[in-house]
Ligand binder design. Structure first.
Ligand SMILES: [Mg+2]
Length: 233
């Protein structure tokens, strides 16, 4: 293995809320079955709207509801890294792996939650919220690399690094991650959520109850790199 690519929400975070869902709730909007929140998701999944249109329509609701930087920061404080995350990052880095995050969450939240752990990552890709001088939400710049885009991310990473997709392990938890499997990389699903299987056999391996991120280490093949596995135990 030469690179590891993590999803963020539900993969690196533990028993935490999804930032989008939390923001809808924070401004008093429903997230129930008949809500606009769900409707926009369904319209995107049916390809009636693009990912950027989904972000723009969400942004309109958020602006009307008064979403600002302070609110986003507050939600970031309700989001925790999975226990053992720092050890896992350090050990992977020590092995010479390139660490990356490709997420459908929000950059500001990811950076806040990672804190000093940002130093372990070669790249962090997610949606960007743009705020005005008063901290009010102005726009949302959608990531190109969610859903099918996560596969494009893996391909681009491999091209830039001159490595094969077989040298990449992707760690995720949900439906929006499944497309990465089409690239031929190794895929590890932890604490599966909403992974009903849009793509058959998307996951090389599923781990159902991970409570410490270090539990993924024995499942990642380090055959391409140097020392023994001892330091991972
Ligand atoms: Mg996720």
């Amino acid at each position: 293995m030469k690179a590891i690519v993590f999803d963020f929400d539900g993969t690196l975070t533990y028993k935490s809320t999804n930032v989008w869902r939390a923001l809808w709730k924070e401004i008093g909007e429903s997230v129930g079955e008949d809500s606009k929140y769900r409707e926009l998701y369904r319209r995107f999944m049916r390809k009636e709207i693009s990912h950027q249109e989904w972000c723009d329509l969400t942004c309109e609701v958020f602006k009307a509801g008064g979403v600002d930087k302070a609110m986003v920061n507050k939600i970031a404080r309700w989001t925790w890294l999975m226990p053992g995350a720092e050890d896992t990052f350090r050990l992977c880095k020590k092995r010479g792996l390139s660490l990356n995050i490709v997420s459908g969450s929000v950059c500001d939240v990811i950076y806040k939650v990672l804190g000093d752990n940002v130093k372990y990552f070669d790249s962090i890709t997610a949606n960007k919220m743009i705020f005005d001088a008063d901290g009010k939400l102005e726009s949302i710049k959608g990531t190109k690399y969610d859903f099918e885009g996560k596969a494009r991310f893996i391909e681009r990473l491999c091209m830039l690094k001159g490595i094969s997709t077989k040298d990449v392990v992707f760690v995720g938890n949900s439906l929006n991650d499944e497309w990465v499997s089409t690239t031929g990389c190794k895929t590890l699903c932890i604490n599966p959520s909403n992974s009903i299987g849009a793509i058959p056999n998307a996951w090389s391996k599923k781990l159902w109850d991970v409570q410490n991120l270090k539990e993924i280490l024995p499942h990642i093949s380090f055959m391409a790199s140097k020392p023994s596995n001892k330091e991972f135990r």
